[in-house]
Design a binder for this molecule. Structure first.
Ligand code: NAD
Length: 275
């Protein structure tokens, strides 16, 4: 197994020389902020199946889908705080090293840490679009404090055999458009939905002109996002990967694999670059 200290030193040399460094992040970077990944042990899909992001389920079972999204995703994500890994990336951008972050995450933790150029490949958990009038509303406009409190209490009294609390579900009213009262959909990219065109184009463009990508906390199985590091490699760029477990990239794409948690790996690199 490669020596972690040597890998960190090699990564630092590449980063210092690079002209268009980008970061590509996934659910793993937010694990240390208390947000579980979707797959794997302790993941969200142990509680709610992946159907919560299925467009057909959203339209056929709107109330159940909204209930599960609010309880397990939208409200918990609003409360989450960035960790050391998000902070180091924001510092790298501030100091001119990182030119863009392409994230698959919907949790806004890069922005909360101070990163400016963030391409949110799979959308965001704090905006909602009306399916009728197409107006977009932010979280505060759509989700009342009272509703947040109800779901927080719901989580605390959770029954592991039934993730839907019937007492709450019965009285729960799906948030609707403040203007025309129609269905609102979170601005998250659901299965069967396309990636927003501008984000897709800008992400691919940044990957094409990049001479180095740092991949952090992604399994590399969700397409087309998973193409980003492949595009960098094809254009002759270097691939640095940080993940406690090997991913789809580790053996065939990564030049440097730092087998550590996101915060530890980035902190080590940060010490050599920023201090
Ligand atoms: P994934 O669940 O497929 O893979 C997570 C990866 O993170 C794994 O490779 C795992 O080894 C790694 N990991 C676990 N703990 C880590 C840590 N402390 N530091 C670094 N890496 C760690 O996630 P994915 O590849 O991002 O794909 C799943 C999809 O679901 C994506 O669209 C993703 O954005 C979305 N998702 C988003 C959030 C969020 O917004 N925070 C959370 C869960 C899933």
């Amino acid at each position: 197994m490669p020596n972690i200290i040597e890998e960190v030193e090699k990564a630092t040399q590449i980063i210092k020389k690079s002209k268009h460094l980008i970061a590509f992040t996934g659910a793993g970077i937010s694990v240390e902020s208390g947000i579980p990944t979707f797959r794997g042990k302790g993941g969200l899909y142990e509680k709610v199946s992946s159907k919560v992001f299925d467009l057909d389920f959203f339209y056929t079972n709107t109330k159940e889908c909204w209930y599960l999204l609010l309880k397990y995703i939208l409200i918990p994500l609003q409360k989450a705080k960035p960790n050391k890994a998000h902070q180091v990336l924001a510092k790298f951008e501030e100091k001119g090293y990182i030119k863009a972050i392409i994230t698959q995450n919907i949790d806004l933790l890069h922005e909360k840490a101070g990163s400016k150029k963030v391409y949110k490949f799979h959308g965001t958990s704090d905006l909602f679009k009306c399916r009728n009038c197409n107006k977009v509303f932010n979280f505060e406009k759509v989700i009342s404090d009272e509703l947040i409190q109800i779901f927080q209490d719901d989580i605390l009294s959770e029954n592991p055999d039934n993730f839907i609390n019937q007492n709450i579900f019965k009285n729960f009213k799906v948030p609707t458009c403040p203007i025309c009262d129609n269905i609102l959909k979170p601005e998250i990219v659901f299965f069967k939905e396309s990636i927003p065109e501008d984000v897709l184009n800008l992400s691919f463009y940044n990957a094409q002109i990049s001479d180095c990508v740092i991949i952090i906390g992604t399994s590399g199985v969700v397409y087309p996002a998973a193409l980003i590091p492949q595009i960098v490699k094809k254009s002759g760029g270097k691939i640095i990967e940080i993940n406690p477990e090997p991913s789809e990239y580790t053996n065939y794409l990564s030049d440097i694999f730092i087998q550590q948690e996101a915060s530890k790996g980035l902190e080590e690199i940060g010490k050599l670059i920023l201090d």
